[in-house]
Design a protein around this ligand. Structure first.
Ligand code: GDP
Length: 200
């Protein structure tokens, strides 16, 4: 995939607005502030493709990017304490209808902060992924903040937590120093190739 060939398509606040599922989709999910926008930008080698916010808790929207022949689907960040019940319901509705729409999701990248144990909201997301049988990997974010000596043990800990939910791999990443980003691109490319082989 040519990751440089990336452009923002639109933000959708209602599941009924989502564009037709006419190409493979890579989905990104994580709690607010985990580093999702930064990782999407890093993958595409762009500064401002996805908005990086210092203050988390924007309105829940699903953002679509066209990247080469695929979509990147940026699910709304969750777990922001100050959102209203109405906003939370809208989030649930958006996410559930995305998963239920039978779209061409090749792989979901679930982002978790490498420095903290998964939150209750993260665990609920893992439950969703298991329930929907969504193929996914975990990208641990902000890996630059870990000591080198911690990295292997941290990955093992997350692996033990996430495997039972169907997680295929845990990858330590950093948008700051690029750790794991090439590996993530390679993995996404190989998922895409598999999908295309199956489609022939
Ligand atoms: P989002 O809400 O999940 O989209 O998170 P953002 O991408 O907006 O990032 C939230 C905050 O974490 C920002 O202040 C980023 O600069 C910071 N951040 C994101 N990725 C990294 C990383 O790899 N390393 C470090 N040290 N900080 C990061």
């Amino acid at each position: 995939m040519n990751y440089q060939k990336a452009e923002f398509q639109a933000s959708y606040g209602l599941s009924s607005q989502l564009p037709e599922s006419d190409r493979p989709e890579f989905v990104f999910s994580g709690r607010s502030n985990v580093g999702k926008s930064s990782l999407i930008n890093k993958l595409c080698n762009r500064k401002n493709l996805a908005r990086v916010s210092a203050t988390p808790g924007k309105t829940a929207t699903i953002n679509f990017y066209r990247v080469d022949g695929s979509y990147f689907v940026d699910l709304p960040g969750y777990g922001y304490a100050k959102v209203s019940d109405a906003e939370r319901h809208r989030w649930d509705d958006l996410i559930n209808s995305y998963f239920e729409a039978g779209r061409q999701s090749v792989l979901l990248v679930q982002l978790l902060d490498s420095r903290h144990a998964p939150s209750a909201d993260d665990m609920q997301m893992l439950e969703y992924l298991k329930y929907y049988g969504m193929p996914f990997i975990v990208a641990l974010t902000k890996g630059d903040k870990l000591k080198k000596s911690q990295a292997a043990a941290v990955c093992e800990e997350f692996d033990a937590i996430c495997r039972p939910y169907g997680c295929q791999m845990v990858l330590l990443t950093s948008s700051q120093n690029g750790l794991g980003v090439d590996q993530l691109r390679e993995l996404m490319d190989s998922c895409l190739e598999e999908e295309q082989d199956d489609g022939v």
